[in-house]
Design a protein around this ligand. Structure first.
Ligand SMILES: Nc1ncnc2c1ncn2[C@@H]1O[C@H](COP(=O)(O)OP(=O)(O)OP(=O)(O)O)[C@@H](O)[C@H]1O
Ligand SMILES: [Mg+2]
Length: 268
């Protein structure tokens, strides 16, 4: 015979037990998910470090070979000497730029997608694009690219000016580097609460087979180019754009390459 009090106590205990078990399962699930995400972050870092070392080794080996050549062959011809020094200077600049880009990547990996990684302020995207195009005017000229800017009016939004500068900078550098001797059109418009930046060049374009990988870290494209990069730019700016809850896409076009960046006027 059970007393009424005992029955209530038993059912309360069963209820509590059930709740505890549920909580336990939830906690276990959270631990599994957390471990998985930590493992994949760790793998990404390991992969990054391996590739970074590999990339750093290339210019360093070149530098060592130039210096070895100078020491062992005892180059006396001033013209040859000047040529070797220029090569050394070029490789040093390449190395310096690579290290700066690697530092940028480390910052992104450290901050992840946290909103604190950006410092938005009120700015005019149209004006910034105009300024940067102006900044690059010498390089455009040297690369034989004619630029058409399609900008009618200011496009005001809340973004991190340094990050957005890098976005525009990388897209324009890519045109100069990978699509020289061809016209390029850059436009900025506001549509449906989005700022849209379109960079469309008439260069060699991007191979169909390369397209799925174009935003991957260290992906350099299979087309031979005289102006080799690191394969960091597009990956890096995609992170910056996503920090603003925006998107970047490679648009299908008949000729050349066309990149579309969409940014919400104000990130949440
Ligand atoms: N406008 C373009 N025209 C043709 N190919 C391009 C263009 N932009 C990018 N690519 C291709 O996409 C690849 C990846 O571009 P990304 O900017 O990430 O790297 P990169 O320019 O090679 O080096 P980095 O930007 O790190 O100096 C390039 O190597 C190139 O093959
Ligand atoms: Mg680039």
């Amino acid at each position: 015979m059970h007393h009424e009090g005992e029955i209530i106590e038993n059912s309360t205990t069963t209820l509590l037990k059930g709740k505890l078990e549920k909580k336990n399962q939830e906690l276990e699930q959270r631990i599994i998910e957390r471990t998985q995400s930590l493992e994949s972050a760790l793998n990404a870092r390991e992969q990054f470090i391996a590739i970074a070392f590999h990339e750093l080794k290339t210019p360093l080996t070149a530098l060592r070979l130039y210096i070895d050549g100078m020491l062992h062959k005892q180059v006396n011809d001033p013209e040859k000497l000047a040529h070797l020094f220029r090569n050394i200077q070029e490789q040093s600049i390449y190395l310096e730029n690579l290290i700066n880009s690697l530092l940028d990547i480390t910052t992104v990996l450290k901050n992840g997608n946290l909103p604190s990684a950006i410092q938005p302020q009120k700015m005019d995207l149209a004006k910034l694009v105009q300024d940067i195009a102006e900044r690059f005017s010498q390089d455009f000229h040297a690369a034989n690219c004619t630029v058409t800017l399609k900008i009618d009016k200011p496009v005001i939004g809340w973004w991190d000016p340094i990050r957005i500068d890098q976005v525009i900078n990388n897209l324009i550098s890519n045109v100069i580097k990978h699509a020289p001797c061809a016209p390029v059109t850059i436009s900025v418009v506001e549509e449906n609460q989005l700022a849209k930046l379109l960079v469309h060049d008439q260069g060699p374009g991007i191979l169909m087979t390369d397209r799925p990988n174009i935003f991957n870290l260290f992906f350099q494209g299979s087309k031979k180019s005289d102006n080799k990069g690191f394969g960091i730019g597009l990956w890096l700016i995609k992170q910056f754009i996503e920090m603003h809850q925006g998107t970047i896409d490679l648009i299908d076009v008949d000729t050349g390459s066309c990149f579309l960046v969409c940014l919400p006027l104000k990130a949440e």
